[in-house]
Design a protein around this ligand. Sequence first.
Ligand code: GLN
Length: 446
Amino acid sequence: EAFRNIGAREERVKAYLTLDEEGARETARKLDDKLASGEARGLLFGLPMGVKDNIVTEGLRTTCASQFLSNYDPIYDATVMTKLRQADAVTLGKMNMDEFAMGGSNENSSFYPVRNPWDLERVPGGSSGGSAAAVAAGEAYFTIGSDTGGSIRQPASYCGVVGLKPTYGLVSRFGLVAFASSLDQIGPITKNVQDSAYVMQAIAGYDAKDSTSAKVDVPDYLSALTGDIKGLRIAVPKEYLGEGVDAQVKDIIMSALSKLESLGAVWEEVSLPHTEYAVATYYLLASSEASSNLARFDGVRYGVRADNPDNLIDLYHQSRSQGFGPEVKRRIMLGTYALSSGYYDAYYLKAQKVRTLIKQDFDRVFENYDVVIGPTAPTTAFKLGSQVEDPLTMYLNDILTIPVSLAGVPAISINAGFADGLPVGLQIIGRAFDESTVLRTAHAFE
Ligand code: GLN
């Protein structure tokens, strides 16, 4: 069915960068054999999935939507891929994204933009836009995305699907092409909350190959889906419903809160006072880390190499000039500047301190509340092309997802309704490593 839908819809949606129909059929054959032999079935047996193209897949092209890696065939699997294969999921292909996960609309893909299945004139969000659009269009049963500042949750919101960013350190980053290593997390995009719990069960857990992987036991997420949220204490930050948040979005979030109340939860308004500094803090830190992480792309070790360089420096220069797109270059320049001597204390160090204040805002609220709830994004999906000339406006789309990333806590985006026919996401944020409560709340709401 997934391939039928891909055949019918992919030409318009453009969610995939690489399709691996042959590989998928071969896996399916192996699963048939497994079934026939009576061997135990994996948790995700036979489910067709798509994987964001910044997660390396052995023998399957992994481009990060960049011209730089347009010829890169990895020789190993990311840890999540190993786990998904062990769970008997079937890989259909690699999902389109913003180049190196930098962006919020998928227009920074150096191949072609993804379109929102709800309205083909609009963006699907980003950077995991292909992952979200494919689930919404039925072109994959579930997908895997990555979230650095909102890249799973914001596209899930725009496409009306479920996207979970796990606690930093819960899912291994081994084999995820690094953008900002202190923020990057891999997570599932699914049609419903139960599927999200299933995929989390398969991919979460300690991995010695990732030095920031957390040594925690993985709880049974499925048993958390009790449907019971009586007595749940919800905090609603006033900063998340303030200026800049669309009035229709606000209304839908308010009715979602009434629904949660009718299920036995209680909610109160709180303040996360440092929210206004989150976007500036994020763009300093994420760009700084990116400028360092992307130094490995030099035209020697990975991907495309420039022709006829004069010397080694010229090889680096030409390969990077040709290989990276404009947004990636902008971030590298911003990050290099922020890390340069003389500016380091004023920018990078200051941003690290503000990051701590933002995390402490959440710590304080979680002393008295079980979850924090608000919209995932201030608006619904915007028109293609409407923000490309204006990177600052584009950066503000993630104003409600970025604080969560800086604090390292988990959050899910689920659909809460529609405004003018476009999906509106509800964001449920939890304590570190308390995905169970996040999933339980989301499931009860759904
Ligand atoms: N839109 C944000 C950015 O451009 C977030 C991206 C992400 O989470 N990968 O950095």
